[in-house]
Design a protein around this ligand. Structure first.
Ligand code: HSE
Length: 426
């Protein structure tokens, strides 16, 4: 028997057009393959006359959000967390199922959204909110549900990864490459979210909440973006056999959770080190599974739209069988977080020092006093008269010890400017 489901979309930008296109083109296939008729009943937009580069029935376009009252599934693709939040909450209160690609909304308003959903039989799905086409939510929530997740590490912002890859290979500025990423449709409406790490942080809130069943919010994590990275470090780092990646990291220890977002050196021999362009990858380590690596397109029209349509079909299948979605916890427990100062890492440090005997000894001495071992030191060619860059790779050290030692090193009269610090994840 054919299950008929009316779908309404709110917001028809880059991803929305992709969803409309897939729903239209695969309409018959879905009927034949799954006995599901996904009728695209309404698309709510801000401006009906905007240019939309695919052909579709303009009669379903409206500016009236109330038209969503007549559908079974509301697909929220507006973005942001003001109007989008009202649309989603209103849909839930009206017992409509919801699909959203909005990570900021889910990350910031998880408790409110799932409180509204609880006990209601309403399904709220958000696969496209993290890593575009990469099925990471489903993997954590369903495939790995029997595992305790020990850690996850991911490259989950396509724009930032595209920028870093292009800066490394072409030596161009961040601003120029960001513009390209925007033109390619990877970037957020406000691209500072991509480059300052907030987009990654929102996604990490969602992943860590799902992986550990606890409440993780942006305020709980250390967040650093890619804007301070310099092209010259990328060249040095390549020589050392590493790449720079903006990483989302969540690790579980006895004493709490370590969650953070920052650029890090990743060995080029590791799979994460080889992920370039707008691609995303997430390494999830389960206590039983060991490492699982997911890789794919994390941004852009069709990769993201495909994930949205997957969620719509999941809901349709449940409606067809009159069964709710697989087990899903929604109430998150309180977690203990480990501050970054207490975390141990290896570090890449670049200093600009005076080209004279004894300078290195003073620096290594300070590191030694703070229990920081040195793995290697490379002196690069002279850049300015009597100034040389010194690249130090350290052993494992506590972040607070590293910060204290860099304060002392910066105060030396043979060290110029501020040291560059990049953490190493290997
Ligand atoms: N701006 C995001 C990115 C889009 O570049 O990854 C997908 O969330």
């Amino acid at each position: 028997m054919m299950t008929k489901v009316k779908v309404g979309i709110a917001g028809c930008g880059i991803v929305g057009i992709g969803v409309v296109d897939i729903l239209q083109k695969r309409f018959e296939e879905f009927r034949e393959l799954y006995q599901v008729e996904l009728e695209l009943a309404v698309v709510v937009v801000r401006n009906i006359d905007s240019d939309r580069d695919i052909a579709f029935d303009k009669a379903i376009l409206t500016t009236d959000l109330a038209m969503l009252d007549n559908v079974d599934i509301v697909v929220e693709l507006i973005g942001g967390d003001t109007v989008a939040k009202d649309v989603v909450l209103n849909a839930i209160h009206q017992k409509k199922h919801v699909v959203t690609a909005n990570k900021a909304l889910v990350a910031k308003h998880w408790d409110i959204l799932f409180e509204a959903v609880r006990g209601s039989q309403v399904m709220l799905k958000f696969e496209a909110a993290v890593a575009g086409a990469v099925p990471v939510i489903k993997t954590i929530q369903e495939s790995l549900i029997g595992n305790k997740i020990e850690e996850l590490k991911g490259i989950i912002n396509g724009t930032a990864n595209y920028i870093l890859s292009e800066m490394e290979s072409r030596g161009e500025s961040l601003a120029l490459i960001l513009k390209e990423a925007q033109d390619l449709g990877y970037a957020e409406a406000d691209p500072t979210f991509d480059i300052e790490g907030f987009d990654v942080a929102h996604k990490l809130c969602i992943l860590a909440s799902l992986a550990y069943g606890v409440k993780v919010e942006c305020e709980d994590m250390y967040i650093q973006g890619i804007t301070d990275l310099e092209v010259k470090d990328m060249a040095y780092i390549r020589e050392l056999g590493y790449r720079i990646k903006l990483l989302a990291i969540a690790k579980k220890y006895e004493k709490g959770l370590d969650v953070r977002v920052h650029p890090a050196l990743v060995p080029e021999s590791q799979i994460l080190g080889a992920v370039s362009g707008p691609y995303n990858a997430i390494d999830i380590k389960g206590h039983a599974s060991g490492d699982i690596l997911l890789y794919g397109q994390g941004a852009g029209r069709y990769p993201t739209a495909g994930a949205v349509v997957g969620d719509i079909l999941d809901i349709a299948r449940c409606l067809q069988k009159e069964q709710p979605l697989p087990f899903f916890f929604s109430e998150r427990k309180k977690a203990e977080f480990i501050p970054i100062e207490d975390i141990e890492n290896r570090y890449y440090i670049r200093l600009n020092v005076s080209d004279q005997p004894g300078v290195l000894a003073k620096i290594t001495n300070i590191f030694g006093e703070h229990a920081i071992g040195i793995a290697s030191v490379i002196q690069k060619e002279v850049v300015l008269e009597d100034q040389v860059p010194l690249v130090v790779m350290t052993g494992k050290a506590r972040e607070d010890n590293m910060r204290r030692s860099l304060d002392e090193i910066e105060a030396l009269d043979t060290v110029f400017g501020s040291p560059t610090l990049i953490r190493i994840e290997d």
